[in-house]
Structures are given as C-alpha cells and as structure tokens.
Design a protein around this ligand. Structure first.
Ligand SMILES: [Zn+2]
Length: 308
C-alpha cells in the first residue's frame, strides 16, 4: 500500500545521534518497509522563543542539519523533494520521498526576511504557532488573534511557495488566516472537534473552509485528539473521525498527519509499521478501496501536484 503523511516529529528523535535506518522511534526505514510508495513530511519542531532570544531559529538550524545529514546518508533509499516533479521521480526510481515543514513560526524570530531562508531550505509548510503565544499569534491553548507580524507573514507566504498550516492555531487566528488569504490552507495534524472536543481539533466550519479552498487535513493519531477516553485510542476512533470528515464532504481533502514521534499512538497501530493494519481495519469497516487510496495517498499527492 501507498502512504503520504503530513506530519512527524522524528527529526527531534534523531538529535541523540540515532539513525533513521533503525532509530528507536515510531518512524524508521526498517519499519516503513511494508509501504510501497511513501512520502513523509518531516516537521522541524521548535519551542517558542524565550523573550528577547532567538533560540527557536538556532534550534531550527540544528534540526535542519540533522535532516540534511540523514538525507545524504540514505540517498539510496530516500530523496528530499521540494516539488511534485521530484516526488514523481523519486517514486519512479523506487525511492521514498522526504518533504520538509517547520512547526512553529517562532523560527522567524519576528523577521519576515527569514521566509526566504525557509524557501531556500525547501520548506513547504509552516505551522504558524505551537500551543502558546509566539511572534505570529496564539495557539489554541493561549487563544487570541494573529499579531501584526503574523498577518504580514500570512500575506507574504504565497510569494515564498509556503502554505500556512493552521494546526495548533487558535480559532481567532484561523479566522484571521482565512480572511487574509484566498489560497489553500492546510491543517497537517488535526481531527474533528465535534467528535473529540479538544482545542487541537477543527470545527465543522474550519473543515468546510479548508475543503472549499482545496487544502489538506491530516488525521492525527495522537490518542487524546482521537478520544476523550483516558485509555489509548484505537483504529475504531480513527474510523469515527474519518467518517465525520467524509460526511462533511472532505473526501478530496482528508489524509493523514499521524504525529509519529510526537504523540501517544493507538496500541493497535503503534508506529508506521502499523499503517497497513489501520488500512485493513478501515477496509473491513466497509470503506471502498478507491476512497482509502485517496485518503492514504492520492489526496496529498494531488495537492503537491496542484500547488508545488
Ligand atoms: Zn504538533
């Protein structure tokens, strides 16, 4: 089976010097072997800046160096892709595709000119905030609108070929993004709030608007975003969220952003090696194969082909 995933924190796990081939992580190349075509967005996650510092940017540079080193070490199996042509070429050579995002606009340190650096680095998605408050605005936990700087970033992103990612962003911030741009918007790793009432999940209105714009929404396998139950979620909870997305007309929008290496994953999936288990489960629940091919792969691939 094919798999296209919009979000993982695996690069963070490689900071200890472990290698992507066999790292003790949700994602490594060995665990991903059952997948045929596989594209993975690797997020470079940084914490918010302490006031008056540039720590997020320094962390970004360190993580980016780790990412590039892994790309070099595994160039026989894995190709860093910026655009759709590179993706197609990677797959035609039987290789895996690695894509790049930044989780937390704090990397910009309040400097718009850093977007050019992100563009040069091949970053395609920018998660505007994390949980708290940064130079751009507020996460869902903090709550509040975009700042002037955040508004300037959203307006500038299209000229750098970077798509805004509203996962983590407050509802006020999301409304600002929709008002500031007519282009596609993505939510790389968020679920349906009406199913699981967490601020990290999306309202029906947000889901419909992302869908209307031809964006993408990645289903997050983080247990607390899949169920209110204190126990770990299961494939059944994933089914419920997927079913809700489909009932909102998001069949061309919904895909996966599993949050591997950043979240507690359902016990019956465990890690990327369990993605075929999830696929078989959803097939068993009566979802057609052609639909699942879209959700697991084609929707995100077609987005890349359309936008990049
Ligand atoms: Zn996240």
């Amino acid at each position: 089976m094919d798999y296209f995933d919009l979000h993982c924190d695996t690069v963070l796990r490689l900071q200890d010097g472990s290698d992507l081939s066999d790292a003790d992580a949700h994602i490594n190349l060995r665990k991903a072997r059952p997948l045929e075509r596989w594209a993975q967005v690797f997020a470079l996650f940084v914490q918010d800046n302490a006031p008056g510092t540039d720590t997020a940017y320094d962390a970004y540079r360190r993580l980016h160096a780790i990412f590039l080193r892994q790309m070099r070490l595994h160039s026989d199996k894995l190709v860093f892709c910026r655009g759709a042509k590179e993706l197609t070429a990677a797959f035609s050579h039987g290789k895996r595709a690695a894509l790049l995002s930044v989780e937390n606009g704090a990397v910009l340190g309040g400097r718009l000119e850093r977007l050019e650096e992100l563009r040069r680095d091949g970053v395609r998605l920018l998660t505007l905030t994390w949980m708290g408050e940064n130079e751009l605005g507020c996460g869902g936990e903090a709550g509040g609108p975009l700042t002037e700087f955040g508004r300037a970033v959203v307006r500038a992103l299209p000229q750098y070929g970077i798509i805004p990612d509203i996962s983590h962003l407050s509802d006020e911030g999301v409304a600002d993004v929709f008002a500031l741009t007519e282009g596609p918007v993505v939510a790389t790793h968020s679920n349906v709030r009406r199913i699981t009432g967490h601020h990290r999940n999306l309202t029906h209105k947000q889901i419909r608007e992302i869908t209307r714009r031809g964006g993408l929404i990645g289903i997050n396998l983080c247990s607390p975003f899949l169920t209110d139950d204190k126990a770990l979620a299961s494939c059944d909870n994933v089914y419920r969220h997927l079913d809700a997305f489909l009932s909102l007309g998001a069949q061309d929008t919904v895909c996966f952003g599993a949050d591997f290496d950043g979240a507690p994953i359902p016990g019956d999936i465990r890690d990327i090696g369990g993605i075929p288990v999830l696929y078989e489960y959803l097939l068993g629940r009566g979802l057609p194969q052609a639909l699942l091919q879209k959700v697991f792969f084609e929707n995100a691939l077609q987005f890349w082909q359309r936008v990049f």
